[in-house]
Write a protein that binds this ligand. Structure first.
Ligand code: AMP
Length: 484
């Protein structure tokens, strides 16, 4: 056998053979730093980006500690089915001729067929949490013999709120001997999980997170979906003639729609997304670079590789789903030492995602009003609409103040009145706080218009109610987290 960079790890013949056949001669950094500890059976936290070779970093030790007996001894959890497939494929060839059965278990596939495969016996399972739980509860997947448990892309997984699922799965594996956790970043959720699941882990940070968060003036405008165009209009108006703006949307359709809507308000822009033919894409980018137009609406895929040093403004019309994309997006401005500003238009539904982005990347993204109209302009290019979502809190509740006092009514009377007179269903009525000089009541946003209308029209004990819509309460993320 050839002497390779992997030889020093004392790997078994099948694995060395597979590596040789594949032509891998040198371990990557994360492999070099973690293999010895993981092969020795230690718990491990590894910081590694996608593409750094982390699959083999946990795959090899897992293969080495698992024997071909058609009993599930190792479980790897991944955030998505695509990743589960990739990981299983790599483990399948990495084991060479060892004869382990590697099975995937993920949602969206035929349950019966999956159950049959599991019944035939498997040694290593690679799966997504939901389906693993499902198969285990149905009695198709026995977790009690698991010795090695691995959490891949822990930040993405826990981002998706999988922690309770992960904890449930682990509780079914009381004979677990080793836990490996890999993650690209270490937000609080991952640190908490590591604390809870791992035992004196070896910690390996390969650094080189590749991603450097640029120094850019970042702010967000809290705005309902219906008024994002209004806010964008304000930002465009204040950009100035030599500014250049890159606006991000999450879908191609939204990019096209936005170009259309902006043109109705006499803003010229161009869309760049995956369906624009390559030749045309190049032309668009050249024209943008030459400042022939100054507003480009793009999706993440299309914006990859755009390096135009003159972009002054980035706007997240939609917040990205992946927290990493945020950093890539804003990095399109403020280049070559120029100043840049990144605005995010954030609706109530987006607030939790904004919190994830800022905590993952340790960013300060302050809230800001939409820019004022510039001097000499007295009309908004896009009219602002009434938008209930804007005044509702993260639970979709709207707060309304009325002049009722504790001498005039009790909570119960007021709630009954809302149900019977205003025909507001019980479930849409939230807290009611009756004070000495006024009352604040919560109703669900869907019933807010109707409630206000009724409150404004009717009287209570002969006097008007002076119903007034209040601003939403500041968001308390601790409270929200319980919900997501
Ligand atoms: P991963 O981060 O595990 O997704 O790996 C990224 C890519 O690098 C995959 O295509 C792996 O097959 C490949 N790779 C991982 N480790 C090595 C290595 N030591 N030598 C060559 N290629 C590798």
């Amino acid at each position: 056998m050839l002497e390779t960079g992997f030889s020093k790890f004392n790997l078994s013949k099948p694995v060395l053979g597979a590596l040789q056949e594949k032509g891998w001669t040198k371990p990557t950094e994360i492999q070099r730093e973690t293999l010895a500890a993981a092969l020795a059976g230690n718990d491990l936290i590894g910081q590694a980006q996608t593409g750094s070779g982390k699959t083999a970093a946990f795959g090899i030790p897992i293969i080495e500690s698992t024997s071909a007996q058609k009993v599930v001894q190792s479980l790897i959890l991944c955030p998505t089915r695509e990743l589960a497939i990739q990981v299983a494929d790599e483990i399948a060839w990495l084991q060479g001729n060892k004869g382990l059965v590697v099975e995937t278990v993920y949602g969206g596939t035929d349950l019966e067929r999956q159950a049959k495969k599991l019944k035939a016996g498997a040694d290593i399972i690679v799966g997504t949490p939901g389906r693993v739980i499902d198969m285990s509860k149905r009695g198709h997947l026995e977790l009690s013999n698991i010795k090695i448990f691995c959490l891949d892309e822990a930040d993405r997984m826990l981002d998706m709120g999988f922690f309770p699922d992960v904890a449930w799965i682990i509780a079914q594996a009381p004979n677990r001997e080793q836990t490996l956790l890999f993650s690209a970043t270490f937000p609080q959720e991952v640190l908490d999980a590591a604390d809870e699941l791992l035992n004196e882990p070896e910690q390996v940070f390969t650094g080189g997170t590749e991603i450097e968060v640029p120094e850019i003036d970042q702010k967000y405008i809290r705005i309902g979906r219906g008024n994002k165009l209004w806010a964008l209009g304000r930002i465009l108006l204040t950009m100035g003639h030599d500014g250049q703006m890159l606006v991000f949307t999450n879908t191609k359709r939204m990019a096209d729609l936005l170009v259309e809507r902006l043109s109705k308000h006499r803003f010229e822009s161009t869309a760049l997304h995956g369906e624009v033919p390559q030749k045309k894409r190049e032309r668009i980018l050249n024209d943008f670079r030459d400042n022939k137009f100054n507003t480009l609406i793009a999706t993440d895929v299309a914006a990859r590789g755009i390096d135009i040093d003159t972009i002054t403004h980035v706007v997240n019309y939609d917040l990205p789903v992946e927290t990493e994309a945020y950093v890539h997006r804003i990095g399109r401005t403020g280049r070559m030492g120029r100043s840049g500003v990144a605005w995010s238009l954030v609706s109530n539904d987006d607030l939790v995602q904004l919190d994830r982005i800022s905590s993952t990347w340790n960013l300060t993204i302050p809230e800001h009003e939409a820019p004022e109209l510039p001097d000499g302009t007295n009309r908004d290019p896009v009219r602002r609409r009434e938008d209930w979502d804007e005044v509702s809190d993260a639970y979709g509740m709207v707060r309304i103040r009325v002049s009722i006092t504790d001498k005039q009514a009790s909570k119960r009377e007021l709630a009954d009145w809302l149900r019977q007179e205003a025909k507001i269903p019980d479930i849409a009525i939230g807290e009611i706080e009756i004070g000495q000089d006024h009352t604040v009541l919560e109703v669900h946003v869907e019933k807010a218009g109707r409630t206000l209308e009724v409150l404004r029209r009717r009287k209570w004990g002969g006097s008007a109610l002076d119903a007034l819509l209040l601003d939403p309460e500041p968001v308390d993320f601790n409270r929200n987290h319980a919900l997501v």
